[in-house]
Design a protein. Structure first.
Length: 162
């Protein structure tokens, strides 16, 4: 079991709490935790991140398929379960079409296939206009946490040495 990180974890970290310029320890910790087999993400998330022309894109590109793993046969086998659940919930057609085309769909399929925990900033919502990761995770019995819960559970420490 590993943590699978959503794109918004990386984007929000870069833009807000853990900017590369003032909190490199967060990014170092991601590498250490990945090396220990505790976390990773999926290629589709990596593709979203590398589409930008910024420091995060360069960081993600440098990680490659080792960190942002490609879709395997287990994920392909789990994908119909995710899509079937989504189709049965009464979501608006536009929400379904969007969800089935973005990384969120594959992230949940990967978590389901590997019994992983999804890490996202998204929160559950009763709306039928947008499909949220936590709603699908609850519906399929996939564990999910926010990044701060992951960091606390893993006892991450970013200590300034003076």
């Amino acid at each position: 079991m590993a943590y699978l990180l959503d794109a918004n974890v990386f984007i929000q970290a870069k833009n807000l709490q853990y900017g590369f310029d003032f909190c490199p320890a967060f990014w170092d910790w991601l590498g250490i935790a990945h090396g220990a087999g505790k976390l990773r993400s999926i290629r589709q998330v990596g593709d979203e991140l590398t589409a930008g022309a910024d420091e995060l894109a360069a960081w993600a590109d440098a990680r490659g398929d080792g960190f942002f793993v490609p879709t395997d046969t287990g994920v392909l086998a789990a994908a119909p379960t995710v899509s079937a659940w989504v189709l049965q919930q009464g979501f608006e057609p536009a929400a379904i079409n969007t969800f089935l085309q973005v990384a969120d769909f594959w992230l949940i399929a990967a978590a389901l296939a590997g019994h992983h925990t999804v890490v996202t900033h998204e929160v559950a919502s009763p709306t039928l206009k947008r499909i949220k990761i936590p709603n699908v995770c609850v519906g399929l019995g996939v564990e999910f946490v926010n990044p701060y819960q992951m960091l606390r559970k893993e006892r991450a420490r970013f200590v300034l040495q003076v």
